[in-house]
Ligand binder design. Structure first.
Ligand code: SF4
Length: 452
């Protein structure tokens, strides 16, 4: 349990702040012409390696806590049609890139990529391998619904080279599962893990959640313990973000069933203590990994990155996003595809890049982005060194640093010269600290979620 004095201090700074999976954050993206994206792609250096994100925006049913861009469907025809569009988009993008650009990371996210039939999954991977030089050591990861891991899918993933899978677990307590409309037993998850391991897919990530409706401390502890019994390499411990004004299905979750901010802090601390006691290592805001996982080396070697999928060991400077609503990142800035299937489909069928918005990065965006990324990845940022590396006066952000004196006095962070260090016990506050360096943040957006 978290110390009550510390809890009060953290709660005093609790605020609605971005998750900082990018900087600038997606709500600040502006309309961007597909022709601009085309120019960016054209200028990619032949030796530049890229990473690929593939978005599959379908699930068999809607989990009520879901914050992703997805649609529930029991029919396969829309998924099949979507795969045809996806392959076409991949060909349009690849046509603009240097021949057989190297790819070292492929991530299938959603939605539920495990909704894809084994044949369609194989088709996508075959197309990626045809268009790009997918390196022999590439990480190929898939977000999977454990309920959908059939023998045929496991076999198809292994044949296609998948070597990491993430399972959405959230909580094992039956009444919490009913309250979030995601019912899956421990045995279902255990079978899915065993099946993938049987096919040689041994790197497993589990996603857990706190702050869920009807979730008790005992539920959180039990879920963390049960998860550990399945020996995942990484665990992400996400706080549920209740934003029913943005996601209508969240209205099915009753406000009165939700824990308050103080209870959420206890839940995080409870799960964290179980994971740390079992020898897992904390990474950034909300991740944990085993001592043998490469994420720990990336954390300690300062090679960790944060993107729209959370923390990653992928350090490629270019990420190409394929599919509905997917976000890509190039050295010039961010690009996002249409989130509406009619518009996405029209653009792809017309042979255009289906990009609709994005952000051209200024030098200041890049600089602030590095500070925020370091804080989010390492809970620590050497502001003076970062400024120096970017050719800026070392005292440029001194007013912001001085403005953190209150948090320092409350023991939530330390300052040593211009080096900031957020205390591990107050890790939720790192987003609040990051927001101080965010030139776009006004505190007014209803799109953000509470830090604690
Ligand atoms: S399976 Fe994942 S993406 Fe699909 S509705 Fe549930 S949480 Fe959202």
């Amino acid at each position: 349990m978290i110390d009550s004095m510390l809890k009060q201090k953290i709660l005093a700074y609790n605020a609605l702040v971005p998750r900082y999976t990018s900087y600038p954050t997606a709500p600040h993206f502006k309309p961007l012409a597909a022709t601009d994206y085309a120019v960016w792609l054209d200028s990619l250096a032949p030796e530049a390696g890229i990473s690929v994100y593939v978005h599959i925006p379908f699930c068999t049913e809607m989990c009520w806590y879901c914050g992703c861009h997805t649609t529930a469907t029991r029919k396969y025809a829309p998924v099949e049609d979507y795969v045809t569009l996806l392959l076409r988009e991949m060909r349009s993008v690849a046509a603009r890139l240097p021949v057989r650009t190297q790819v070292r990371h492929i991530h299938f996210g959603g939605g539920s990529p495990s909704m894809l039939s084994p044949q369609d999954f194989a088709r996508i991977m075959e197309t990626l391998r045809e268009l790009f030089d997918v390196t022999a050591d590439a990480e190929i990861a898939i977000e999977a619904d454990p309920r959908g891991i059939t023998y045929d899918r496991g076999e198809a993933y292994a044949a296609a080279g998948v070597n990491r899978a993430s399972f959405g677990i959230q909580d094992f307590a039956p009444d919490v599962q009913v309250a979030i409309n995601r019912v899956q037993s421990y045995d279902t998850v255990a079978r899915a893990a065993e099946r993938l391991r049987g096919f040689g897919i041994t790197r497993l990530n589990f996603d857990l959640m706190y702050g869920l409706p009807r979730q008790s401390l005992a539920d959180v502890q039990d879920t963390a313990e049960k998860s550990l019994s399945l020996a995942p390499d990484r665990i992400a411990l996400f706080g549920y973000a209740h934003v029913p004004w943005m996601k209508k299905h969240m209205r099915l979750i009753r406000d009165e069933d939700l824990p308050d901010a103080a209870a959420r802090l206890d839940q995080f601390a409870c799960a964290e203590s179980v994971l740390l006691a079992a020898g897992m290592h904390p990474v950034g805001l909300d991740h944990f990994c085993t001592a043998h996982d490469d994420m720990l080396g990336a954390r300690d070697g300062k090679r960790l990155a944060r993107n729209f999928q959370g923390y990653t060991t992928d350090s490629a400077p270019v990420l190409i996003g394929f599919g509905l609503s997917s976000i890509g990142r190039l050295t010039q800035g961010f690009v996002q595809n249409h989130a509406n299937i009619t518009e996405y489909s029209a653009a792809v069928l017309a042979g255009a890049l289906p990009v609709v918005r994005g952000c051209v990065l200024s030098a200041e965006d890049t600089l602030r982005g590095v500070v925020i990324s370091d804080l989010m990845c390492y809970l620590c940022a050497d502001i003076g060194a970062i400024l120096q590396r970017h050719g800026q006066p070392e005292d440029l952000f001194d007013a912001i640093i001085d403005g953190l004196a209150d948090m320092e006095a409350d023991g939530l962070l330390t300052r040593c010269g211009r080096v900031l260090h957020v205390q591990g016990e107050a890790r939720q506050m790192v987003r609040v600290v990051a927001a101080r360096f965010d030139a776009y943040f006004t505190g007014q957006s209803g799109r953000h979620v509470q830090a604690a």
